[in-house]
Design a protein around this ligand. Structure first.
Ligand SMILES: Cc1ncc(C[n+]2csc(CCOP(=O)(O)OP(=O)(O)O)c2C)c(N)n1
Length: 643
C-alpha cells in the first residue's frame, strides 16, 4: 500500500517512520507531476516544498496552529496531506479543488490568497490576536518564498513583527532563489550570499550533525541551535540583516533534509518570539523537466506530457505574444521607451524586450506599487515607461497610479494582461476590477483592444500620449481573429451597421465577437443593429453618445465588473448630454467567482451572444409595447427559439 494512501490528516504523518516519510515524499512528487500534467497548475513551487511541508505538519498542530502559505500556489502538498489527496484529478476544474488555499475546502486553509506577500501580515495579526486572547499554546507559521519576500507588504509586516520581540511567530523562508525568473534585488543578493558560499556548504554538513544531537525543548534548545547557526551565519553574512532587524534567525537549512527542517522548526516553535527559519529549496525538485527549467515554464504549466514536459495543447498565438512582439518593435523605434515588470518577465511578454534591450528593462520584484512610482520617476527623467502587469495585480498599485503618475500628468503606459475572466485560477485571479478602478483616475486613457491588430495599434497610440497615464488591457489566452471595422467615427470603430438604428451594441475589447453574435441574432429577428468598439473606453468618445441618441436601446458588453464599469461610464456620459435612451450594462456581476473555465463562467454570468440577444429582443419588444406606433409590428413578440 502506498504511504500516501495511509495519510488522511497531518496526525497520520506523525506516526510514520523516517523510511516511510522518504517514500512518501517520492510518492507526493509522482502524484504532483501526474495531477498537474493533466489539469495544469503550479508544479515547480510544489515540488520544491515537499519536505518543508511534511516537516511543518509533523511539528505544528494544524489547524490549531495556523500555517499560512504566502501566495498559496505552493499549497498542493499541504492539500495532499490534509485529506484532499483523492480530489487531485479535479484540480482547478469547475466544482473541484482550487489551485490555491480555500477555506471552503478545509479547516487547514486559513486564508484565500494568490496575491503575494500577505502571509506575514496575516500571521502577525493571528499571533497578536491569540496573544491578546491568552491562547498561549497556539503557534502561527507563515511560509514565504524569497520572491514573495520582495513585496512591500512583507517588509511592512517584518517591521511590525520586529517591534514585538515576544510575539510567538515562525516565519519559514522558502528560498529557492527564484520568483518566476531568478529573484532580483538586494534581499535576493543577501539570501544568495547565504546560499552559494562554499563555506556554507562545508559548515552545513557539520551543523547538521550538531543539529540532530541538539535536544529540542524550548528556548534553551533554540539558543543552542541558534548558537551553532549564528556561528555559521556570521562567517558567511557578517551584516546579519534579519538579526539586525531584531528577528531571531535559524539557517540556512537544507530544505530537502526533512529531519533538519523538523529540528529547526521544533526549536523555533519553542522560542517565545518571532523566528525566521531559512530553508534552501530547489524549485522543481525531483522532476528533471522542472529542475532544468531556466525559462521557468514549469512554474505554472498548462497540461503537458510528463515524459517530455511538452505542452499537450497546440501552441496558439496569444495576446501576450502579440504585445511581446509589438513592444520590441516600439522599443526599436523609440529609445525613450523602457519597460518594467513586477517579477513576471516571461508571463507578461517582456522577455523579448529584455533580451533585446537589457538596459531598458527592469524587473523590480513582486513590487507593483514600487513599479508604478518608479515608472513615475523614469517618466520625470524624460523616458516613457511601460509597466506590464496582470490586470488583477494593478489593484495593488491604485494609489500610485492616482497620485504618483496621474497627478503629475506623467506619460506612463500600463499594460494589463489577463484582463477579464481568467477562470481556472479562481476569484482572485480574475481581472475584473481594472476598468472600474482606473477610470476613477483623472486624465487617464483606457484602451481595450478587440483583436491583435488593435492591440498593436492601441499600444502605439498609448506610448504616443505624452501627458498622463494610458492603459491597454487585454485578456488571457489565444488572440481572436481580427474583426475588421466598416468605419471609424471619432476614436470608435463601427463593426456592424444593419438596418434601422434600433439597438446600439457597445462591445468592449475582447467582447467584440459576442457583440457580433448579438448583431447576427438581432438581424435574424429583423431588428436593426449597430455594433461599435470604442477602442478607447475612457474618456468616452462623443460619437458613442451621438449614436446612443439615435438608437432605441443601448447594450454595453464588457469583461469587467458591472459596478463602475464602462457601461456605467457611458450611461453617465449619456445622462450628462441629455440622452435618455435606455441602456443595459452587461458585465461581470460584483461577486467572487469560483474557479472554472472562462467559457463556462461567461455562460454562467450571461455574457453570451444568445443571452444578450434575447435581452435586447425583449427590451425592443417592451419598448414597442410602451409605444407601439414607433416599432415595426414584427418586433413586438420576442422569439425564444434559440433559448
Ligand atoms: C501581488 C502579486 N504579484 C505577482 C504575482 C505573480 N506570482 C505568482 S507566484 C510568483 C513568484 C513567487 O515567488 P516565490 O515567493 O519565491 O515562490 P516560488 O514560486 O519560488 O516558490 C509571482 C511573481 C502574485 N501572485 N502576486
Amino acid at each position: 500500500m502506498a504511504v500516501l494512501d495511509r495519510v488522511s490528516s497531518p496526525r497520520d504523518l506523525r506516526r510514520l517512520s523516517d523510511d516511510d516519510l522518504e517514500q512518501l515524499a517520492a510518492e507526493i512528487r509522482t502524484a504532483l507531476v501526474a495531477a498537474v500534467s493533466r489539469t495544469g497548475g503550479h508544479l515547480g513551487p510544489n515540488l520544491g516544498v515537499v519536505e518543508v511541508t511534511l516537516a511543518l505538519h509533523r511539528v505544528f498542530d494544524s489547524p490549531h496552529d495556523p500555517i499560512v502559505f504566502d501566495t498559496g500556489h505552493q499549497s498542493y502538498v499541504h492539500k495532499m496531506v490534509t485529506g484532499r489527496r483523492n480530489a487531485f484529478s479535479t484540480l482547478r476544474q469547475e466544482g473541484g479543488l482550487s489551485g490555491y488555499p480555500s477555506r471552503t475546502e478545509s479547516e487547514h486553509d486559513w486564508v484565500e490568497n494568490s496575491h503575494a506577500s500577505t502571509s506575514l501580515s496575516y500571521a502577525e495579526g493571528l499571533a497578536k490576536g491569540y496573544q491578546l486572547k491568552g491562547d498561549a499554546d497556539r503557534r502561527v507559521v507563515a511560509v514565504i518564498g524569497d520572491g514573495a519576500l520582495t513585496g512591500g507588504m512583507a517588509w511592512e509586516a517584518l517591521n511590525n513583527i520586529a517591534g514585538q520581540p515576544d510575539l510567538p511567530l515562525v516565519i519559514v523562508v522558502n528560498d529557492n532563489g527564484r520568483s518566476y525568473s531568478p529573484t532580483v534585488g538586494g534581499l535576493a543578493q543577501y539570501l544568495d550570499s547565504l546560499r552559494t558560499s562554499p563555506l556554507y556548504e562545508r559548515a552545513l554538513g557539520a551543523a547538521k550533525v550538531v543539529l540532530k544531537r541538539t535536544p529540542v525543548v524550548g528556548p534553551p534548545a533554540f539558543t543552542a541551535l541558534h548558537g551553532v547557526k549564528q556561528g555559521i551565519k556570521d562567517v558567511l553574512a557578517p551584516q546579519g540583516m534579519f538579526e539586525d532587524l531584531g528577528l531571531k534567525y535559524v539557517g540556512p537549512i537544507d530544505g530537502h533534509d526533512r529531519e533538519a527542517v523538523e529540528h529547526a522548526l521544533r526549536a523555533a516553535r519553542g522560542f517565545p518570539g518571532p523566528v525566521i527559519v531559512h530553508c534552501l529549496t530547489e524549485k522543481g525538485r525531483g522532476y528533471d523537466r522542472a529542475e532544468q527549467d531556466e525559462a521557468d515554464l514549469m512554474h505554472g504549466p498548462g497540461p503537458f506530457d510528463p515524459a517530455t514536459g511538452k505542452p499537450t495543447a497546440a501552441a496558439a498565438t496569444t495576446w501576450t505574444s502579440v504585445f511581446s512582439d509589438e513592444i520590441v518593435a516600439i522599443g526599436t523605434r523609440r529609445s525613450d521607451v523602457v519597460a518594467i515588470t513586477a517579477a513576471m518577465l516571461q508571463p507578461t511578454g517582456l522577455k523579448g524586450f529584455a533580451d533585446r534591450y537589457p538596459d531598458r528593462c527592469y524587473d523590480v520584484g513582486i513590487a507593483e506599487q514600487h513599479a508604478m512610482t518608479s515608472a513615475a520617476g523614469l517618466a520625470m527623467a524624460g523616458l516613457h515607461p511601460v509597466v506590464a502587469l496582470y490586470a488583477t495585480f494593478v489593484n495593488r498599485a491604485f494609489d500610485q497610479v492616482l497620485m504618483d503618475v496621474a497627478l503629475h500628468r506623467l506619460p506612463v503606459t500600463i499594460v494589463l494582461d489577463r484582463a477579464g475572466v481568467t477562470g481556472d485560477d479562481g476569484a482572485s485571479h480574475n481581472g475584473m476590477w481594472d476598468l472600474s478602478l482606473l477610470q476613477l483616475v483623472p486624465g487617464i486613457a483606457l484602451a481595450a483592444p478587440r483583436d491583435g491588430s488593435r492591440l498593436r495599434e492601441l499600444l502605439v497610440e498609448a506610448v504616443d500620449v505624452s501627458d498622463g497615464p494610458t492603459v491597454v488591457r487585454f485578456p488571457k489566452g489565444a488572440v481572436t481573429n481580427d474583426v475588421p471595422a466598416v468605419q471609424r467615427v471619432g476614436t470608435t470603430d463601427v463593426l456592424v451597421r444593419d438596418g434601422d438604428e434600433e439597438v446600439l451594441v457597445v462591445a468592449v475589447g475582447s467582447m467584440a465577437p459576442v457583440g457580433l453574435e448579438v448583431a447576427q441574432r438581432l438581424a435574424d429577428h429583423g431588428i436593426g443593429v449597430t455594433v461599435v468598439d470604442p477602442r478607447w473606453v475612457v474618456p468616452v468618445d462623443a460619437s458613442i453618445v451621438d449614436l446612443a441618441r439615435r438608437h432605441r436601446f443601448v447594450l454595453t458588453i464588457e469583461d469587467n465588473g458591472r459596478v463602475g464599469g464602462v457601461g456605467t461610464r457611458i450611461a453617465q456620459a449619456m445622462r450628462d448630454a441629455g440622452v435618455r435612451t435606455p441602456l443595459h450594462d452587461a458585465g461581470i456581476p460584483q461577486e467572487f467567482l469560483d474557479h472554472a473555465k472562462r467559457s463556462a463562467i461567461l455562460t454562467q454570468i450571461g455574457l453570451t451572444g444568445q443571452n444578450l440577444a434575447r435581452l435586447a429582443v425583449e427590451e425592443i419588444a417592451r419598448l414597442a409595447a410602451d409605444s407601439p406606433s414607433n416599432v415595426p409590428a414584427s418586433h413586438a413578440e420576442p422569439s425564444r427559439s434559440d433559448d
